[in-house]
Design a protein around this ligand. Structure first.
Ligand code: FES
Length: 78
């Protein structure tokens, strides 16, 4: 059985990065990428791999705090 495309791991090469779009979740950023805010100011990054919120519900923007899953559960009435 093939591994789903979002779970495949490929080398990114030296100095490159990979951004993975997770279904209904964050953008997972792996590699050497500078994060900056709207004013161009650096955003502290303490890990080589970070998850960036794209649902707008996270309380630790721009990072994902898992709230996207709660939002989906609420939509389903759980
Ligand atoms: S994508 Fe995870 S909290 Fe927004």
């Amino acid at each position: 059985m093939d591994t789903p495309p979002q779970r495949r791991s490929r080398p990114t090469g030296h100095g490159s990065a990979r951004i993975t779009v997770t279904p209904g979740g964050p953008l997972v950023v792996r590699g050497d990428v500078e994060l900056v805010d709207a004013d161009g100011e650096p955003i502290p990054r303490h890990r080589a791999t970070v998850a960036l919120c794209r649902c707008g519900r996270s309380t630790i923007q721009p990072y994902c705090d898992g709230s996207h899953a709660i939002g989906r559960a609420a939509i389903r009435g759980e």
